[in-house]
Design a protein around this ligand. Structure first.
Ligand code: SF4
Ligand code: SF4
Length: 57
């Protein structure tokens, strides 16, 4: 999962949909904890395209 901090609007939508609770919203960025299974849910809900699923990760 690639995260583009410069595109993030800190809306928190991605945090709410991660079923593994791996995403944490801080004041300056989203932190992606270990254990992501690339389910793509956060990418689908991000309104700003700040989360991008990458095949090779
Ligand atoms: S791809 Fe899925 S598991 Fe990984 S951070 Fe996003 S919602 Fe969570
Ligand atoms: S859904 Fe997108 S814009 Fe909103 S906090 Fe997550 S990464 Fe940032």
């Amino acid at each position: 999962m690639k995260y583009l901090v410069e595109s993030c609007g800190y809306c928190g939508a991605c945090v709410a949909v991660c079923s593994n609770k791996l995403l944490e919203l801080t004041e300056i960025e989203i932190i992606i904890k270990e254990g992501c299974n690339d389910c793509g849910r956060c990418e689908m809900v991000c309104p700003l395209g700040a989360l991008i699923l990458e095949e090779d990760q």
